[in-house]
Write a protein that binds this ligand. Structure first.
Ligand code: SF4
Length: 357
């Protein structure tokens, strides 16, 4: 493998629609259920998640191969803090978006001792066109010990800023919000870290979102991912308006103690006027923190990259977002949802509510 982060390929079929919940979904915590997660026989594993886009492209000679421009090249180190973080994650039986998404910033973040932990399993009940998290039917399976292990791992890593995310769990009655809340509680018991959760839309159910807000994270991130027009292709199971509503509710129900964050990808074919509208919509719906990054195709079975956006244009969009009223923006080709999340959240510490400068 070169340092272009060109990933190997596996056979598969294009993503389409929603994997949907299994027929025998239970989704009631504490009740025995036929917990047999089922991975659907489609798409490769590399990349993506609610954290925003997969990484890489087809291998040379394969359909869809397109060499990355120089500004998207990054190396994956394997020593120092990186190795320690990896060992700890393995010991606790946890998953990280950093690895699942083959994130180009993995080495950088892990060397800093930060990692984004993915809860609620590895199978997603949705199939977003940009994301290579494995689709499947978890069939109501929930690992009730996971919150404790996450809490212990965060404490052991001594994280200053912790990001927790998940796959979409439309098979669960509460969308997984109960486990999110339990994870936040277990971390709080053991650590004074700032907690950021990157959540799905919980199908717009207000009670599920409220459950997470009430657990008291400092930042709630929900990515709108792309402009309204491209949603049916990029996020077929999600809705632009619903995602904006999630952000509004975070702002309204968080009582000033929780900051709303979102993220978008560029390079999927969006027009400038649509990006501008999306930025304005996010600000109007209470979003204070924003990441803007380049979409990278996880495999030939995913949506093609329409454009590799030049770093100068990322800078321009970052300035534009701030001019529209966004509190803090990270914008660049390699920026992902959790990229320097601690710096983006700025002065936020437990109990503080001030805006980032
Ligand atoms: S909801 Fe979409 S982006 Fe999130 S993990 Fe599932 S497929 Fe990926």
């Amino acid at each position: 493998m070169s340092d272009d982060l060109i990933l190997p390929e596996e056979p598969g079929t294009p993503p389409a629609g929603d994997a949907g919940p299994g027929p025998e979904t239970a989704g009631v915590y504490g009740v025995p259920r036929p917990a047999v997660p089922k991975r659907l026989p489609v798409t490769p594993r590399f990349g993506g998640c609610a954290s925003g886009a997969g990484v890489g492209a087809a291998a040379p000679g394969e359909p869809g191969f397109r060499r990355l421009p120089p500004w998207l090249k990054a190396r994956l180190p394997g020593t120092g803090e990186y190795a320690e973080t990896k060992a700890l994650i393995r010991r606790q039986g946890l998953h990280t978006v950093c690895e699942e998404a083959r994130c180009p910033n993995l080495g950088h973040c892990w060397e800093r001792g930060t990692a984004t932990i993915m809860i609620l399993g590895e199978l997603c009940t949705r199939r977003c066109g940009f994301c290579a998290v494995a689709p499947g039917q978890p069939n109501g399976f929930v690992d009730h010990d996971e919150p404790r292990r996450v809490g212990e791992a965060v404490a052991a890593m001594g994280l200053r800023h912790t990001v927790i995310t998940s796959v979409a769990r439309d098979d669960l009655k509460d969308g997984g919000s109960g486990i999110f809340a339990a994870v936040i509680g277990e971390i709080r018991k053991r650590s004074s870290t700032v907690i950021e959760v990157l959540i799905p839309d919980f199908r717009g159910h207000p009670d599920d979102l409220k459950h997470v807000i009430d657990a008291g994270p400092e930042v709630i991130n929900h990515n709108v991912e792309t402009v309204a027009r491209l949603h049916p292709v990029v996020r077929p199971s999600a809705r632009y308006d619903r995602s904006l509503e999630v952000l509004s509710r975070v702002k309204a129900w968080g009582g000033g103690a929780v900051r709303a964050k979102s993220g978008i990808m560029l390079g999927l074919g969006e027009r400038d006027d649509e990006i501008d509208q999306t930025l304005a919509d996010l600000v109007a719906h209470g979003c204070e923190l924003l990441t803007i990054g380049q979409y990278l195709r996880p495999s030939p079975h995913h949506l093609p990259v329409v454009e590799y956006v030049h770093p100068d244009r990322f800078r321009d969009w970052g300035r534009r977002a701030e001019a529209l009223g966004m509190g803090s923006v990270a914008s660049g080709p390699l920026v992902r949802s959790s990229f320097h999340a601690d710096e983006l959240a700025g002065t936020v510490r437990r109990g503080e509510t001030s805006r980032a400068g």
